[in-house]
Design a protein around this ligand. Sequence first.
Ligand SMILES: [Mg+2]
Length: 261
Amino acid sequence: MIIDSAAWDLLAKKANMPLYQLLGLEKKDIKTSITVSIGEPDWVYERAKHLIKTFNPYFLKIKLGSNAGIEPDQASFLAVKQAVLDMNQPNHTQLFVDANGGWDVKGAKHMMQWLHQQGAIYVEQPLKKGEESYLPELFQDRPLPIYVDESIHFVSDIHNVFGSVDGVNLKLNKSGGITEALRIYNIARGFNLKCMIGCFSESPHAIATALSIGSLFDYVDLDSFLNLKECDKVSKDNHLTYKDGYLIQSNHPGIGVINAI
Ligand SMILES: [Mg+2]
């Protein structure tokens, strides 16, 4: 990914324009979800309140798929929902879930019905990577849109999920960079799939690269750099700005980073 990002960064810098502009995309402030990590419900509640107070997000992504089963997952979701209510944000902050492949088909069907009733807007990776053959059963009569993450690394993975999911979650560190991510994006759109872009625990450099193509996506989940202790300094140096639920694209050439990758 580093080489791919560096190549695109260099190309845009040679053209003296931001990478999004080189790719023919408009400059756009982009809503990003903020992730609530998996944990005990009491901790999840306090963490969600802290994240709402600090970031005022439009979307909270709730990590579920607990080894302990569905009941702790439901307790964690309810803890976040309560935090949103207690912070007076029910009309501002929407909730979605990343199960990280932690459910079996029966559990996923049960949880998706329950999450729909609780107001979640979609679910990511309900089943483990490798269990894509069970997705059609889940897709039929689904109460919530299904996105896959770990099931999609490269464009050649799309045929495993086409017709049995609503969308795909791309990450540059899965696909190896923007080049393959754009191939996946274009093929996915060609098959009428929704697209989101996410991240691992990544540096502002990596987030800035992904943000360059962020305006293409239905949902953007590029928040991990906000967890860095030196976030303020690092982000300032890299022209990477988060404000009131939005990531702000840089006006600087390339991916917007001053120092070399
Ligand atoms: Mg995920």
